[in-house]
Design a protein around this ligand. Structure first.
Ligand SMILES: [Fe+2]
Ligand SMILES: [Fe+2]
Length: 293
């Protein structure tokens, strides 16, 4: 018998995880500002000595195979690009969540980080390949954070995966989302949204976290971004990069075609890029010092 949880309980869990660092929070705000440029990113990184050291360590890691060492932060940031900088900053701050073994989903250690990274790459590629006006780096960042709620509710779901899969099979549950709601009274997008509020994440990212499985419910101004991540998430799962038992047990809202113009050949291209980029990025992120990521 699983225990039902409410908002108060989720907030208790949230209180036990570290806050985002000031620099990571500022980087997220900068990324969502349509008028920003790379110099704005440089300025924020410069305020944080630990992050500066990390960035230099990553750019000079074996993953990038540079012949000459880069010692200037400006050059390191323009080489790595905005999305990697934001990824390093968030990955470090939220390591406790990303690295959590998702026992409730029977996910392997590191599965959440790997799935989020695949989704981030796929969401960015969806935006690029469909010639959308959305900032590709914003799509990447939103993709990276979309499933963070799973780390908050996973423990409450322990031992339920077998039953959930059976009940989805027999159509007693619609999908994994309704299973979460039925069993513990809280689903992972809502839990993630509570964290987004606690961390004061930019609205666009909070909206993605909340509606990534039900994009039609997102506010009009954020719908295209939410659909891009919805599609990116599905592409990541289709490529075998889910978080565990729940992979592919969510509904795909095919209405994405209303907002995202992605031809079948472009979709194939996205899938290919996801695999290539994932290998590269996973290696570069692991250069931040944590071998699980
Ligand atoms: Fe999700
Ligand atoms: Fe996901």
């Amino acid at each position: 018998m699983t225990e039902k949880i409410d908002r108060e309980e989720i907030q208790k869990v949230i209180k036990s995880v570290p806050l985002l660092s000031a620099s990571a929070a500022q980087l997220l705000r900068t990324t969502t500002d349509p008028d920003h440029d790379l110099m704005d990113i440089v300025k924020v990184v410069k305020t944080d000595a630990t992050l500066t050291a990390r960035v230099l360590k990553v750019v000079n890691s074996a993953a990038f195979g540079l012949i000459n060492e880069i010692s200037s932060l400006d050059r390191a940031i323009s080489y790595l690009g905005e999305r990697l900088i934001v990824g390093i900053a968030i990955g470090d701050c939220a390591a406790q969540l990303f690295d959590k073994e998702l026992k409730g989903y029977e996910g392997e250690h590191g599965a959440l980080w790997r799935h989020d990274l695949r989704t981030a790459i796929a969401s960015r590629e969806v935006v690029v390949q469909s010639n959308s006006d959305i900032n590709p780096d914003l799509a990447f960042t939103a993709g990276l954070l979309h499933d963070i709620g799973k780390a908050l509710i996973s423990d409450y779901l322990q031992g339920t995966a077998g039953e959930v899969l059976e009940k989805i099979e027999s159509e007693e549950f619609d999908d994994y989302l309704s299973a979460e709601e039925e069993l513990i009274g809280f689903d992972h997008p809502r839990a993630g949204y509570e964290l987004a509020l606690a961390w004061k994440l930019p609205e666009a990212i909070a909206e993605v976290i909340r509606f990534h499985h039900t994009p039609a419910d997102a506010r009009e101004e954020f719908q295209e971004l939410v659909y891009a991540v919805h599609l990116g998430d599905n592409i990541a799962m289709m490529g075998g990069g889910g978080t565990g038992a729940d992979s592919m047990r969510y509904k795909l809202d095919t209405n994405y075609t209303r907002l995202i113009d992605l031809q079948p050949d472009a979709l194939a291209k996205v899938m290919l890029t996801v695999n290539e980029e994932f290998i590269k990025l996973e290696r570069s992120f692991s250069a931040t010092g944590d071998s699980n990521r």
